[in-house]
Design a protein around this ligand. Structure first.
Ligand SMILES: [Zn+2]
Length: 203
């Protein structure tokens, strides 16, 4: 696995596609602010590689249009950011996903989960590996990731927490916790920026 040099940061939803409700706001706007902050932090931390937000405003490019934007930028990896929702409060914590066979997306996702704040501890310690033809609950995840794979771009989907879980929501509102999820995402990026140096984390 070669180190990547261009990374697309993808805020989910946008425009009329609002997503779920997150701390009293639309998910589309919440993750946009999150993505903007992550983008600034990545640029401050690493001059090279280059990072790009696939959207920097309240509009919807669609799944395929977003992947095309990442491809036009020359991204080798896309970090796709969402907040999860479920019909009950049974599910909680962060989750990362990559398509089966996507070593780069998987390495990044594993390390994000490994580094995640304990308050939002993932229910699964590693990233989920999703078959691209999944027919179960992972189908929606595969639909998000496939447009990148079709263009030869690795992708990690990160569901930052559950907006439908009261504990997750209370924790996410605490000062500093969301900042620490950003550090976890950056730790995931580090594994693909310098794969040789972080190979032990990937195994
Ligand atoms: Zn979402």
């Amino acid at each position: 696995m070669a180190g990547v040099s261009r990374i697309a940061i993808v805020a989910g939803h946008g425009g009329s596609n609002r997503g779920t409700r997150v701390l009293g706001r639309d998910e589309s706007n919440w993750v946009l602010d999150y993505a903007r902050l992550l983008h600034r932090r990545c640029e401050a931390m690493w001059r090279d590689p280059l990072f790009q937000l696939t959207r920097d405003g309240d509009y919807d490019l669609g799944l395929d249009g977003t992947a095309k934007k990442a491809a036009d930028f020359g991204a080798q990896l896309a970090i796709v950011l969402h907040v999860n929702a479920y019909s009950t409060s049974a599910l909680h914590g962060g989750a990362a996903f990559a398509l089966d066979g996507d070593a780069c997306g998987r390495s990044c996702g594993n390390e994000v989960m490994h580094s995640y704040p304990w308050e939002l501890a993932p229910m699964r310690e590693l990233a989920w590996y999703v078959p691209s033809d999944a027919h179960d609950w992972r189908k929606a995840v595969a639909n998000v990731l496939r447009p990148y794979a079709r263009r030869g771009i690795s992708a990690t989907l990160i569901e930052l927490f559950y907006a439908t879980h009261p504990y997750d929501v209370a924790v996410a509102a605490c000062e500093g916790v969301i900042d620490r999820t950003q550090l976890a995402v950056m730790a995931g990026l580090a594994t693909v920026l310098w794969p040789a140096r972080t190979a032990s984390v990937v195994a």
